[in-house]
Design a protein around this ligand. Sequence first.
Ligand SMILES: N[C@@H](CCC(=O)N[C@@H](CS)C(=O)NCC(=O)O)C(=O)O
Length: 230
Amino acid sequence: MLTVHHLRVSQSERIVWLCEELGIDYDLKLYRRDPFFSPQALKDLTEIGTAPVIQDGNLTMGESAACADYIIHKHGNGRLALPPSHPNYADYLYWFHYSNGSLQPGVSRMLTLKSAGIDTSNDVFKRYTERLHQYLLHIDNHLAKGNKWLAGDEFTAADIMTVFTLTTMRTFYSLDLSAYKNILPYLERNVQREAYKRYREKAEDADFPLMIEGPAPENFLEKVRRSAKA
Ligand SMILES: N[C@@H](CCC(=O)N[C@@H](CS)C(=O)NCC(=O)O)C(=O)O
């Protein structure tokens, strides 16, 4: 039986959502942040200690893109990936990898710079702010061309990989998406999916805001820091 280890309010939501979309059997283990990073039980599973982690027989593996690919091909008969014979195969590959190769690092970098207290008038901060805008605009422009999903007409794992950064991740870095008029309805389409709703219930993330509105959501990090000081 496949086991999925999910840290609440984290990028492991992708893997729970994926399993729900595929309709496969899996055992879900839930963890809470302690207070911000992984709790010890999750840290003990891999050398890096981050979520997601999956276990399947003798295998224990992290990295959300690797976990997604593994589950799709080992347990999902390749569903939610496009095969090389599909006309949109390259789009699928591109957007699947863009999520963790460019977009997620783009937001994480801003989070790191801000957490380190960098002056926002600093040239490095300005350059990476502009780069993040490019990353988001790139998605927005692609959706504006009539692409319902990132790989075209079909919903795929490329969407599952991307939505975390445009939603839940915004609670760690208060990203304002108001300017991206095609991303917002795209997010709405994703969260309306029955499998997404099931992931939220099963992962006990349903009390957490969806974060699909334009204005920047409240910063979780600040909240944790404030409650630690109180
Ligand atoms: N590139 C990795 C990143 C994993 C990662 O940083 N996960 C975060 C959750 S968003 C985490 O586990 N944070 C807790 C910690 O670092 O202790 C992936 O895609 O799985």
